[in-house]
Design a protein around this ligand. Structure first.
Ligand SMILES: [Zn+2]
Length: 93
């Protein structure tokens, strides 16, 4: 069980659905419900940089201080989905 979504870096404890779902309906311990649902990434074509930027934008929309939003999203490219695509695929099934 990861504490943070391995795609966007969001704390899984803050996910209202407590994690994404596999194709068989079981709960993913690796991804949040925004990134992963029914065994698929919700945005399969997105790049690490685009994910990082869209999270950064969302945090700022929530009113987060810009440098803090940057701090929270700077590790996105190091998460499992981006750093190790093969391992990321395996936890999907
Ligand atoms: Zn996520």
């Amino acid at each position: 069980m990861n504490r943070f979504c391995q795609s966007c870096g969001m704390p899984l404890s803050q996910d209202p659905k407590h994690g994404g779902t596999h194709s068989n309906g079981s709960r993913s311990g690796a991804y949040c419900s925004y990134c992963y649902a029914n065994g698929e990434f919700t945005d399969p074509g997105i790049s690490a940089q685009n994910m990082q930027y869209s999270c950064f934008e969302k945090l700022q929309e929530k009113g987060l201080w810009r440098p803090l939003a940057w701090l929270l999203t700077r590790n996105v490219p190091r998460l499992k989905r981006w750093k190790d695509p093969e391992a990321a695929r395996q936890v999907m099934h």
